[in-house]
Ligand binder design. Structure first.
Ligand SMILES: [Zn+2]
Length: 391
């Protein structure tokens, strides 16, 4: 009996306490939400309904009504930038930077956002200046990546190398392959301007940073060629086999031209046929095909295309075989062969592409630096249709 009485007395008290607590919470919530302008909630509603234009309008109004809403300024600024309204983003973030009531972290964040606005607007000098100030903040890793993006755009490879080194220490990940490519860019630039001797140290450094840097040996071969050292050029290009033989297809034409220039066509064909047997690829096939056609005639070229098609049945191989058949086809068979060849060729045109392994971007030309995702050395030297087929 005693226990029941106790319960009867205490239970209403619990209910009363719960009711008071709930009222306090609700009052607190109501007072907080009343302090935000109604346009803020309209903005949120538009955002949830995926109407960013109207959301921006509503948020802009909310900011005007209550300029104290710092977080909203940040949100609006980055929303402007993402939508490409860079000038408005810059104004928004400049206002934030100029405010005196910002804490240290908020000030840093405002500068970081402003730097990104400048980068998006293409104002690289201003972006670089701000990012350099933010190098030792909590945004260090992202800042270094943005700086690298700027130096890559400006083709300032020396600065790109320094920043990549810093990025390695911050992230603990190796970027030696990228650094090797920056040295290759510098070497390439020197070769283009006929400053062969200035190119050589860059090539050496590329290989020091990344022993398997195929591009360095390709450039070394090009460099030796410009100086008339044909044997040295061949040696440099042949070294690619020990680094990554798939890339031999990228130098097959140059190799053949140098052998031909030295009146060693047969030797060149033997070397390239050996590569083709071990590392089949369309580019190697094309070079050997043209070499055979030129030195031994249509029959040899046709036999090569037929054997390769048997070994690796691809449409690109069929295209080559039809080309070989057309070379000495009798007049009455030519129209049919030409029609088939045109049809196959129209189809293979879209197949013979290089593809970035990182972002999937396809291009007719081989790139060391992907124009779509800006990654280094992510293109396979084999054209897309060849990939995944039995070697
Ligand atoms: Zn890519």
């Amino acid at each position: 009996m005693e226990i029941e009485t106790w319960w009867l007395l205490v239970l209403p008290l619990f209910f009363a306490l719960g009711w008071v607590a709930a009222r306090i919470d609700i009052r607190h919530l109501l007072s907080e939400s009343r302090s935000l302008p109604s346009s803020y909630f309209r903005g949120l509603n538009f955002l949830l309904n995926e109407q960013p234009d109207k959301a921006i309008e509503a948020f802009t109004e909310a900011v005007k009504v209550d300029p104290q809403t710092i977080e909203l300024h940040f949100a609006l600024g980055s929303l402007f930038r993402r939508r490409g309204e860079v000038e408005r983003a810059i104004r928004m973030h400049q206002n934030l930077v100029a405010r005196s009531d910002l804490g240290k972290d908020q000030k840093t964040l405002a500068l970081y956002e402003l730097a990104q606005d400048y980068l998006k607007a293409g104002l690289l000098d201003r972006a670089e200046e701000l990012f350099l100030k933010l190098e030792h903040t909590q945004h260090a890793e992202a800042v270094l990546k943005f700086l690298l993006e700027i130096y890559e755009q400006e083709k300032d490879w020396q600065k790109a190398i320094v920043i990549t080194g810093k990025l390695e220490s911050v992230t603990g990940h190796s970027h030696q392959k990228d650094i090797a490519n920056f040295y290759c860019e510098m070497a390439n630039n020197e070769i283009m301007h006929s400053r062969a001797e200035a190119a050589r140290p860059h090539i050496d450094r590329a290989l020091t940073h990344h022993r398997l840097c195929v591009r360095a040996n390709m450039l070394l071969g090009d460099l030796e060629l410009t100086q008339g050292k044909l044997d040295a050029a061949v040696t440099a290009w042949k070294r690619i086999e020990t680094q990554n033989p798939e890339y031999l297809s990228l130098v097959s034409d140059r190799l053949f031209r140098v052998f031909k220039q030295q009146d060693k066509t047969a030797e060149g064909i033997t070397l390239l046929r050996g590569y083709l047997a071990k590392y089949p690829s369309l580019d190697l096939l094309n070079t050997v095909f043209d070499g055979l056609l030129e030195s031994q005639g249509a029959e040899s070229a046709y036999a090569l295309a037929r054997d390769e098609l048997r070994r690796s049945p691809t449409l690109l191989g069929l295209d080559k075989l039809l080309e070989a058949q057309l070379l000495d086809a009798p007049a009455e068979r030519r129209p049919d062969l030409e029609l088939t060849k045109t049809l196959v060729h129209q189809h293979t045109r879209s197949l013979a592409m290089y593809k970035c392994d990182h972002c999937g971007f396809r291009a007719r030309q081989f790139y060391w630096h992907c124009p779509a995702c800006a990654s280094w050395e992510t293109y396979s030297p084999r054209r897309t249709e060849e990939k995944g087929l039995p070697a």
